[in-house]
Design a protein around this ligand. Structure first.
Ligand code: ZN
Length: 152
């Protein structure tokens, strides 16, 4: 970052603070040559979507995490890596189009299930069983019945 006064291109940061709810970082700098002070702003190019987890914690949306979850569910199933990529693209697009800054992990899970439903039934059931954390066999059977009903 060049000094606006003398053009020297090295400065030290005196103070860093987030503004605009953390989407902009403001830095107070001092030129190493002329010692004059100036301010720079760093903006996040695209505000990341935050995922609200079950325990209430927030985490930046992580596409790879979804891919990994889907690969696990699709293990030894006739679902190609390309199909998984495409499914995750669909999910990303849906979230982007919603223009939301926050989404719950539950909603993402539902979107994954929506995609898997069309791709492969076994993968769908595998994912559902992990993601829904079925407490007992009955709730698992209920989900399966729901699934079959939706399909027919
Ligand atoms: Zn300077």
């Amino acid at each position: 970052m060049k000094c606006p006064f003398c053009g020297y291109d090295d400065s030290k940061v005196l103070d860093t603070r987030p503004t605009d709810e953390g989407y902009t970082i403001r830095r107070r700098r001092e030129c190493l040559k002329c010692q004059k002070r100036f301010t720079t702003y760093e903006k996040i190019e695209k505000s990341p979507v935050m995922v609200i987890k079950k325990d209430g914690n927030r985490q930046a949306f992580d596409r790879d995490k979804i891919v990994r979850g889907m690969i696990k569910s699709c293990e030894k199933r006739p679902v190609s890596a390309d199909e998984i990529e495409e499914a995750v693209n669909n999910i990303e697009k849906k979230i982007e189009n919603s223009m939301r800054r926050e989404i719950t992990s539950l909603e993402i899970g539902d979107m994954v299930m929506e995609e898997l439903k069309d791709l492969d039934e076994v993968s769908y059931v595998r994912f559902a069983s992990v993601y829904r954390e079925f407490k007992d066999l009955q709730s698992f059977v209920d989900e399966l019945e729901n699934f079959v009903k939706k399909k027919n």
